[in-house]
Design a protein. Structure first.
Length: 357
C-alpha cells in the first residue's frame, strides 16, 4: 500500500522517524514523506529520506521528472497520514487553504483515499472551540481523527494534546490499511459519524402517513455522503418535495422540502441514497451511467422536514434493491401491506459498513 506521511511543525515531529521506520520494516507498504517548512525546525529530512528510500518533499516547487509534484503524490497515495498534526494544518484542511505542499496535496486527494490525522498540540489549543469546530469539519470531509492522549506536554502543561505512543500510531495505520485492502468491506456512508451514536429508522416500519421502506441515518445538514461500494449510477432524481407529490400533509400544511436521490448498482445490489443534494464537491455532477469508486463523494445530507417535534429534520435515507424499475424509489409505494420483493433489508449492509467509524 502507498502511504504518504505528512509531518507538521510540532515538537512531536521527531516521532515521525520511528513511525516511518516501523512502517517500512513490515515490508507491506511503500512510504513517502512530506514535511512542512515548520516541521523542518524540529526534524531533519535526511533520516526520513533514508528510511523511506524516497526523497522527502518539502516544497511545492520540488520537481518530479517534469510533472506536477503535488498532483502526482496525491494520485500515488492510497492513504495519507498526518502525524503529528498541528492546529494549523487542521484549520487549513477544514477551510480548503492550500498554501504549502502538504495542504495542497490534501486538497488534491482522490475521493477514495483513506486519510488519518494524529493531532499534537497544547491543551488550550486543542480545547479551543475553533480547533474543535475544525476537527468536526475535517471529520465530515472523511478524515479519521485519532484523539490525542493526556499527560505532561513539552511546554510543561498537563492535559490533552499528547500524541499517542509510536506503537499505537503504527497499529492504527496498519488497521486502516487492512480495511482499505479488503474490498469486501463497505465504506460507512457518513464519515465521522459512528453508526450507533444516532437513532435510526427500521426496515418496514409503518409511520404515521406512509410505509417506510428504508433506513434513516440521522445526520446534520451538509454532512458528506460517500459511496459504500464501487458501482454504476443507474438512476437519480427528486426524492421528496413537490415533484414527487409529498409537499403537503393531509391538513394542507407545507412539510417536505425538496431533496434528491442517487442509486448505485454494485456487488450487493442497488443502493439508493436519498434525502441528499447530489454533488461530489469536486466540481463534478454524477449522472446515469457514471462509474463511482468506493468512498467517492455522492453528495451531502439535505434538510428534508420543515419542522418536526423532537426528531431531526435532516437525514440520509438508504434502501437496498435487487433491481431498478419505474416504481422506484419505493419509499413512496404506500399501498402494499408488505414491502415489494425487490426491496431487501439494508440493515446488514449498513452494519457491515461500520468500519469507517
Amino acid at each position: 500500500m502507498n502511504i504518504l506521511v505528512g509531518v507538521t511543525g510540532s515538537i512531536a515531529a521527531y516521532k515521525a522517524i520511528d513511525i516511518v521506520s516501523a512502517l517500512v520494516k513490515t515490508e507491506e507498504h511503500a512510504i513517502k514523506v512530506v514535511m512542512t517548512k515548520a516541521a523542518s525546525h524540529f526534524v531533519n529530512e535526511m533520516p526520513l529520506a533514508v528510511l523511506s528510500e524516497h526523497p522527502v518533499t518539502t516544497s511545492l516547487w520540488d520537481e518530479l521528472d517534469g510533472k506536477v509534484n503535488h498532483i502526482e503524490l496525491a494520485k500515488w497515495a492510497d492513504m495519507v497520514v498526518i502525524v503529528p498534526a498541528t492546529a494549523n494544518i487542521i484549520a487549513k484542511l477544514a477551510n480548503g487553504i492550500a498554501d504549502d505542499v502538504l495542504s495542497t496535496i490534501c486538497l488534491a486527494l482522490r475521493p477514495m483515499t483513506r486519510r488519518m490525522i494524529f493531532p499534537a498540540m497544547n491543551t488550550m489549543m486543542w480545547r479551543n472551540p475553533i480547533t474543535q469546530r475544525n476537527v468536526g469539519v475535517v471529520e465530515n470531509f472523511g478524515w479519521d481523527i485519532v484523539q490525542p492522549g493526556s499527560g505532561k506536554l513539552a511546554c510543561g502543561d498537563v492535559g490533552e494534546g499528547k500524541i499517542p505512543p509510536t506503537r499505537t500510531i503504527v497499529e492504527h495505520i496498519h488497521h486502516a490499511a487492512e480495511d482499505v485492502r479488503d474490498h469486501n468491506i463497505l465504506r460507512w456512508p457518513l464519515p465521522g459519524i459512528p453508526y450507533d451514536s444516532h437513532p435510526r429508522g427500521k426496515f418496514g416500519v409503518v409511520r404515521k402517513f406512509d410505509r417506510h421502506t428504508g433506513i434513516d441515518l440521522y445526520a446534520p445538514e451538509g454532512q458528506l455522503v460517500v459511496a459504500m461500494e464501487k458501482g454504476t449510477v443507474v438512476a437519480r432524481g427528486p426524492f421528496t418535495g413537490p415533484e414527487v407529490r409529498c409537499d403537503d400533509y393531509p391538513d394542507g400544511s407545507k412539510w417536505w422540502l425538496p431533496t434528491e436521490f442517487i442509486a448505485v448498482e454494485g456487488d450487493h445490489g442497488i443502493i439508493l441514497y436519498g434525502e441528499i443534494h447530489i454533488y461530489t464537491g469536486l466540481g463534478v455532477y454524477l449522472n446515469v451511467g457514471d462509474k463511482v469508486q468506493q468512498g467517492a463523494h455522492l453528495g451531502s445530507v439535505e434538510r428534508v422536514l420543515r419542522h418536526d417535534k423532537g426528531t431531526p429534520t435532516s437525514m440520509l435515507h438508504v434502501e437496498l434493491l435487487s433491481e431498478w424499475t419505474s416504481r422506484c424509489p419505493l419509499v413512496w409505494e404506500r399501498d402494499a401491506e408488505e414491502p415489494p420483493e425487490i426491496l431487501r433489508d439494508p440493515t446488514p449492509l449498513i452494519q457491515e459498513a461500520r468500519w469507517m467509524q
